[in-house]
Ligand binder design. Structure first.
Ligand code: F6P
Length: 328
């Protein structure tokens, strides 16, 4: 293993996700294992620009594998999007004798890392941390599994009250422009209908589906709406539409919001974070740069950052069919 890299910095950037702390821990401990120094950067690229670094030892990351959020904090830095901002960040890294950077985050984080690498030849490695699961090159991003469990738990609870009052609930879930959270959590929560950006269901089919549900004897219904859904109406307009056009429905709306990003990471996310942290550091030590680590066919694999950013994740069509059949 190459020993030219002696000091690695790690940061979290963009929207936080459960498992980020576990990934920082894995990066720090892998550095300690290989007897190289590790620096935690606070507040993502903002902290990089300001030189807000702290040396981390294996003990600095004790007791965090089970904690949601990121103790390094996260930010969406406007300054890092400018050449001047990136020059400042590079100067701070050089000043601290840091040789490589692990960036944990989503596509915005990776875009920043990739441009930084192109401009200064600085070695970078990405770890995909976002609840949205919208990154190509990994079947699971960090936090996706935990977010699914959080959403399913919420749907179960909403189901209790929906069924007590014979109500129809529209439940909005996160996911930015993709429907992975909606589709998976919708199936697991037994949703009657799932609206996702990848498939425009159309209002007619939604109305048909609600009517079918009613005729089949259902007294309550749950419709999961991905926040990026393209049906043309937001969740409150959907409620108004049903109130105005379908008789006998008592409709409520529940927007789950940022609770989906919090909480203790699941077992799956903790293991994934640990594997990704080890792979990220060891890949840098092997001289690899400008990649993202990911889970593909149960193995840790590298994908060029550019491919990870530019690619579009696909919705699982089999899941769509399963959801259709289950709502019969
Ligand atoms: O990317 C994660 C995510 O939680 C998305 O699901 C959501 O669209 C967005 O971030 C919300 O961002 P903010 O925290 O800036 O409101």
């Amino acid at each position: 293993m190459s020993k030219t890299i002696k000091r690695i910095a790690v940061l979290t950037s963009g929207g936080d996700s459960p498992g980020m702390n576990a990934a920082i821990r894995a990066v720090v401990r892998t550095c300690a294992y290989h007897e190289i120094e590790c620096f935690g950067v606070y507040r993502g690229y903002e902290g990089l620009i300001e030189g807000d670094f702290e040396k981390m030892t294996a003990r600095s990351v004790k007791g965090i594998i089970n904690k949601g959020g990121t103790f390094l904090k996260s930010a969406r830095s406007k300054e890092f999007r400018t050449k001047e901002g990136r020059e400042k960040a590079f100067a701070k890294l050089v000043e601290a004798n840091i040789d490589a950077l692990v960036a944990i985050g989503g596509d915005g984080t990776f875009t920043g890392a990739m441009i930084f690498n192109q401009e200064f030849g600085f070695p970078v490695m990405g770890i995909p941390g976002t609840i949205d699961n919208d990154i190509v090159g990994t079947t699971h991003t960090l936090g996706f599994d935990t977010a699914l469990n959080t959403v399913v738990d919420a749907i179960d609870k909403i189901r209790d009250t929906a069924s007590s009052h014979n109500r129809l609930f529209f439940v909005e879930v996160m996911g930015r422009d993709v429907g992975h959270i909606a589709l998976n959590a919708g199936i697991a929560g037994g949703a009657e209908e799932i609206l996702i950006p990848e498939e425009d269901l159309g209002m007619d089919r939604l109305v048909d589906s609600l009517n079918r549900s009613r005729k089949s004897g259902k007294t309550s219904s749950i419709v999961i709406v991905a926040e990026g859904d393209k049906i043309g109406k937001n969740i409150f307009e959907l409620k108004d539409f049903v109130d105005e056009n379908l008789e006998g429905y008592d409709v409520r709306v529940s927007v789950l919001g940022h609770m989906q990003r919090g909480g203790a990471p699941s077992c799956f996310d903790r293991v994934l974070a640990s594997r990704m942290g080890v792979k990220a550091v060891e890949s840098l030590l092997e001289g690899k740069t400008n990649y993202m680590v990911g889970l593909l066919n149960s193995k840790m694999e590298l994908t060029p950052l550019e491919k990870a950013i530019k690619g579009k994740t696909k919705i699982n069509l089999e899941l769509l069919r399963v959801s259709d059949i289950m709502s019969t």
